[in-house]
Design a protein around this ligand. Structure first.
Ligand code: N01
Length: 531
C-alpha cells in the first residue's frame, strides 16, 4: 500500500459488513478502501474455524438479500451452514462483485484520528501506512476480540493452546491427546462433541452451564430450497417483521395461561423443530420470570433424560434466566457427557488456579493435558473499537468516552466523532438479530446518510450529544423492561473482568429500530448535525 492515500471512505474489516459497504459505496460513486487484518475475507467466519463451527441462523436467512440474482444462484447444502461453506460464500461474493481490488489484506488498523482542520480521518495501520478519508466506517464485527483468561503459568505449558476464535487454518488433530476445554458457550457446545470423538481424554471446565436446544441440522433439500427461492422476497419481508429479524412461528399466548399439557406440547413441538424458534414458544418468556422458569425447567428435564450420571446432569443444568444469554443450539452436546473419555469439572467448586507444565490446575488437582482450548468468548461489541486508538474532536479518545460503557446514537454514530460510522455498533439491535439483515440495513442507511451529507456541501455529519443522550436513555429503558439485564451475559460485559455492566445492544426489536432509523432519515436526519 502506498503511504498517505486518500479516499472518500476507509472501511475497517472485510467481513459481511465491510464487503457490502464497499459494494454499496462503489455503486454510489464513492472511492473506498477496505483494511482487513486477516489474509482473506469473511470476518468472523475467517477466524472461527474450530471444529463444528456453524451458524445458528438458517442458511436461507443468513445470507445477503441486496442482490436477488446472488440469492437465487447460491445453493446452500445444509439447514444451518457450517463455517467452511459460509466462508466459501463470502469469497464468492467478493469475487462476484469484484471487491478484492479495493481490499488491503494483512493490514491492521492501529489508530484513526479526526483532523478537524482538514475535516477528514487519518487512519494509521500497524504496518506503518497512513490513509486519509472523509469517512471512517468501522465494520469490525461484534465478536472479534478474543478473550483469553489471564492464567498463571500458561507461558510454561509444554503443550499447545488455542482460542476458538483464532483457530489454526490447517486445523488441529487431537487424536491420541488429552485435551482441556475452558468455557461452555456456543463455540464450546459446537466443538466439544467433535473434539471428544478425536481426543483420548477431554476435560471440560465449566463455569456456567448454558441452555441448549437441538439444532436438528440436516441437508437442505433442493426442492425446499427452490420453493423458498420462489418467494424469497416474501420470506425476507416476514423475517423483517420479527423482533430478531429471523422468521419462525411465534406463539402469542402466555406460558402461564395455558394448561401444563398445552405448555409441554408447545415446548416439545419447538424442541422437535430445532433451533432458535424455541424462543417463540410463548410471548412472555423473556419478560416474566415465572413464565421463563417453565422453559428452564423443560430444558433441565431434557438434560436429565439424556445425561446418565445424575451428578453430571445437575452440573450441566442451568439455573439462570432462560434465553437472556444467547441461546445455544447443539448436535449431541449433552450426549457427549455419557462418553467414558469425557470429564466435566465445575470450576465453581474446583476453580482453575492456573496452568502447570503438564496440564491445568483446578481445585488443587492437576488435570494432565497436551492441549488447551479456550472457548472463552470475546470482549464483545466494544473490545475491538476500544483497542483501536480512535480520536475524535479535540483529540477525545473513544476508549475514554466509553469507559463507563458504550455511548452512541442509534448504534451508528458517536457524538464528537464526525463522519465515523459503526456498522451494528452498540446501541443497535445487532447481536440480538440475524446479523445479515442488520448489516444490510446499516450499510444502506450509512450510504444514504453520506449522500445526504455530500449533497449539502461535503461537510461532516455527526450525532448531537442530546440525541445520543436520549438514545442511551431509550436503550436502557427498553432493556430494563425485560429480564435480559439480569443475566450475567456478554451482552452486559459480565464475561470480561472490570468491564462496566451496561446492556449494550438495543432490545426494542428490529422492526421498531428500522422504522426509527427510516423516520430520522426522512425528517432530514434528526439528531444529527451537519458541520
Ligand atoms: O463465547 P461465550 P462463545 N474461566 O462468551 C467461559 C456467537 N456464536 O465463543 O458464562 C472459566 O458465549 C464463559 O463462562 P461464563 C454467539 O452469539 C455463535 O461460545 O462467562 N470459564 C462461557 O462459558 C455466542 O453467544 C455461534 O461464566 C470462562 C465461555 O467461556 C458468541 O458468539 C457459535 C472464563 C464463553 O462463552 C460467543 O460464543 C459460536 C474463565 N476465566 C459463537 N472466561 C453459532 O452461530 C470465560 N469463560 C452457533
Amino acid at each position: 500500500m502506498q503511504h498517505s492515500e486518500n479516499f472518500d471512505a476507509v472501511i475497517v474489516g472485510a467481513g459481511f459488513a465491510g464487503l457490502y459497504m464497499l459494494h454499496r459505496l462503489r455503486k454510489l460513486g464513492f472511492s473506498a478502501r477496505v483494511l482487513e487484518a486477516g489474509s482473506g475475507v469473511g470476518g468472523t467466519w475467517f477466524w472461527n474455524r474450530y471444529p463444528g463451527a456453524r451458524c445458528d441462523v438458517e442458511s436461507m436467512e443468513y445470507s445477503y438479500q441486496f442482490s436477488d440474482s446472488l440469492q437465487q444462484e447460491w445453493e446452500w447444502s445444509e439447514r444451518y451452514a457450517g463455517q467452511p461453506e459460509i466462508l466459501h460464500y463470502a469469497n464468492h461474493v467478493a469475487d462476484r462483485f469484484d471487491l478484492r481490488r479495493d481490499i488491503e489484506f494483512d493490514t491492521r488498523v492501529a489508530a484513526a484520528t479526526f483532523d478537524e482542520a482538514a475535516a477528514c480521518w487519518r487512519i494509521k495501520t500497524a504496518e506503518g501506512a497512513e490513509l486519509t478519508a472523509r469517512y471512517c466506517i468501522m465494520a469490525t464485527g461484534c465478536l472479534s476480540s478474543a478473550n483469553v483468561p489471564d492464567l498463571k503459568g500458561l507461558d510454561a505449558f509444554r503443550g499447545r493452546w488455542y482460542h476458538t476464535g483464532h483457530w489454526p487454518h490447517e486445523g488441529v488433530d487431537f487424536s491420541g491427546l488429552s485435551v482441556g476445554v475452558i468455557g461452555t458457550g456456543s463455540s464450546a457446545i459446537q466443538s466439544i462433541p467433535i473434539m471428544a470423538e478425536q481426543a483420548e481424554q477431554l476435560y471440560v471446565f465449566q463455569r456456567t452451564p448454558n441452555y441448549v436446544v437441538p439444532a436438528r441440522n440436516a441437508p437442505l433439500d433442493h426442492d425446499i430450497q427452490q420453493a423458498i427461492k420462489a418467494d424469497y422476497a416474501g420470506l425476507r419481508q416476514r423475517a423483517k417483521q420479527m423482533r430478531n429479524g429471523i422468521q419462525y412461528p411465534v406463539n402469542e399466548a402466555s406460558a402461564l395461561e395455558v394448561t401444563e399439557d398445552e405448555r409441554r406440547r408447545q415446548y416439545e413441538f419447538r424442541w422437535a423443530r430445532g433451533g432458535l424458534s424455541f424462543l417463540g414458544s410463548f410471548a412472555d418468556l423473556l419478560i416474566n420470570k415465572e413464565a421463563n422458569d417453565t422453559a428452564g425447567e423443560f430444558i433441565r428435564a431434557k438434560i436429565r433424560d439424556v445425561v446418565s450420571d445424575p451428578a453430571a446432569a445437575a452440573t450441566l443444568s442451568p439455573q439462570s434466566i432462560f434465553g437472556c444469554k444467547r441461546l445455544c443450539i447443539d448436535t449431541h452436546y449433552f450426549e457427549t457427557f455419557n462418553r467414558p473419555n469425557v470429564s466435566l469439572i465445575d470450576v465453581n467448586r474446583a476453580p482453575v488456579e492456573g496452568v502447570a507444565r503438564d496440564g491445568i490446575m483446578a481445585g488443587g488437582k492437576l488435570y494432565p493435558v497436551d492441549a488447551i482450548v479456550f472457548a472463552t468468548g470475546f470482549d464483545a461489541m466494544t473490545g475491538t473499537l476500544r483497542r483501536i486508538d480512535i480520536r475524535g474532536r479535540g483529540g477525545r479518545r473513544l476508549a475514554e468516552k466509553w469507559s463507563e460503557g458504550p455511548r452512541t446514537y442509534l448504534g451508528l454514530m458517536v457524538a464528537d466523532f464526525p463522519n465515523l460510522f459503526t456498522i451494528t455498533g452498540p446501541g443497535s439491535p445487532s447481536v440480538l438479530t440475524n446479523m445479515l439483515p442488520s448489516i444490510e440495513q446499516h450499510v444502506e442507511w450509512i450510504a444514504d446518510c453520506m449522500l445526504f451529507s455530500q449533497e449539502r456541501g461535503r461537510g461532516c455529519i455527526e450525532a448531537t450529544p442530546e440525541a445520543e443522550d436520549a438514545w442511551m436513555v431509550h436503550v436502557d429503558e427498553v432493556a430494563s423492561a425485560t429480564l435480559f439485564p439480569l443475566a450475567n451475559s456478554w451482552y452486559v460485559g459480565a464475561n470480561i473482568p472490570g468491564k462496566p455492566r451496561v446492556f449494550m445492544p438495543y432490545i426494542g426489536g428490529f422492526p421498531r429500530y428500522v422504522e426509527t432509523c427510516n423516520q430520522i432519515a426522512a425528517e432530514g436526519y434528526t439528531g444529527f448535525a451537519l458541520t
